[in-house]
Design a protein around this ligand. Structure first.
Ligand SMILES: *Cc1c(COP(=O)(O)O)cnc(C)c1O
Length: 366
């Protein structure tokens, strides 16, 4: 038991989620924890052994595909948005063989694309943003050339939760015969449940692949990301031969990989269903509105009116505010352009959490 006590002493030093307004991760749903336990020793890297688990992964992808307007999407549950983005772009690069491949991404793209440029040897071209911080379609158009292997649109930017005009990106993609990857790591499990219809998924013809992370708004256990392709052909472009396993080919980036993400993702979606997920998302949106109202009373204006449960507020001294809050055991984040403090209102950020946060926030600014 000494070891357990030792482990507990480390774990107790972690900051509990109830003080965290900076993270897109959250406390997993209880049914996800249960599912995780049942699948704890599974390895999807060897699907001939884990026959049931691989079947469950197919069903999980089908379920997410249905939510994203393509029941026949192909893909798999991976380690998170970073791996999903790598794999989306890797498929695009493998399919269009050019000497000096480039991809066109918005300036607002997640830092995982930095790694993608490095690993995949593709040039990263960054398109300018409009006043509302969505990508400028004309700048994307300007940057595309014959060596462009993929365009990237974001459905739920990490800093502001904005959604690019995926419809227009789809048009450019179709006109140029180029792959379009949508990074909906965060928004993929928010947008389908909003009352307002914001097109971003496979309903748009030009969309080739989508990243969606169940370990964010899907309340699955970490790690659980998702990469979905419109067509099985794209997944095939990732295959390598696997001589000594139960399968002949492998399209995943990692070899050994857990079935826990599959099981916990499936469990939450199945348990909550569409209505339960919508209720959860509605709650986060409501709490976001409350936070915005309270912050406005204190003189802090949102950079853009939040579309979903991510919001940044203009601030003259974001770093100081962040540090002062950290001293009071609150974690928020900051963005540099424009200077602002950023918060994500995940399911663990309840009305009570917001109340007590605002009360401390008031103290540090007075
Ligand atoms: C969170 C996020 C990622 C990265 O996902 P990880 O699971 O941290 O690897 C990529 N893109 C966007 C838009 C995200 O919100």
């Amino acid at each position: 038991m000494d070891i357990i006590n030792e482990l507990m002493s480390y774990r107790e030093r972690d900051i509990p989620y109830s003080r965290v307004l900076s993270s897109m991760c959250t406390v997993p749903h209880p049914v996800a924890v249960k599912a995780h336990e049942i699948f704890i020793e599974t390895n999807l890297g060897d699907p001939g052994i884990f026959v049931g688990t691989i079947e469950l992964e197919k069903k999980t992808i089908e379920m997410i595909g249905e939510l994203l307007n393509n029941r026949n999407a192909s893909g798999y549950i991976c380690s998170g948005g970073t791996e999903a983005n790598i794999q989306g772009i890797r498929a695009a690069r493998n399919l269009k063989k050019v000497k000096d491949p480039n991809i066109v991404i918005p300036k607002s793209a997640h830092f995982s694309f930095e790694k993608i440029g490095d690993i995949l040897g593709v040039e990263i071209r960054r398109a300018a943003l409009n006043k509302d911080y969505t990508v400028s379609i004309s700048d994307v158009d300007r940057l595309v050339d014959e060596n462009t292997v993929a365009l990237v649109g974001i459905a739920g930017t990490t800093e502001l939760g904005q959604v690019d005009n995926i419809k227009e990106l789809g048009k450019i993609a179709e006109e140029n015969g180029v792959f379009l990857h949508v990074d909906a790591a965060f928004g993929g499990l928010v947008l389908p449940f909003l009352s307002r219809h914001i097109p971003f998924d496979f309903e748009i013809r030009g969309v080739s692949s989508i990243t969606v992370d169940p370990h964010k708004m899907g309340m699955a256990t970490i790690p659980a990301g998702g990469i979905l392709f419109r067509d099985e052909r794209f997944l095939r472009a990732l295959e390598v031969e696997t001589p000594y396993l139960t399968s002949k080919y492998q399209y995943t980036l990692t070899g050994t990989r857990p079935g826990t993400g599959v099981a916990s993702t499936y469990a939450v979606l199945k348990h909550l269903g569409y209505d339960g997920m919508k209720e959860m998302v509605d709650g986060c949106i409501r709490n976001t509105r409350t936070l915005v109202e309270e912050m406005e009373v204190l003189g802090f204006e949102p950079v853009v009116e939040p579309l979903m449960n991510v919001v940044s507020f203009h601030a003259k001294n974001p770093e100081e505010i962040k540090e002062e809050l950290y001293r009071r055991k609150w974690v928020i984040s900051t963005i540099r352009n424009p200077k602002a403090i950023r918060m994500v209102i995940m399911p663990h950020v309840t009305e009570e959490v917001i109340g007590s946060f605002i009360s401390d926030f008031r103290k540090i600014i007075s």
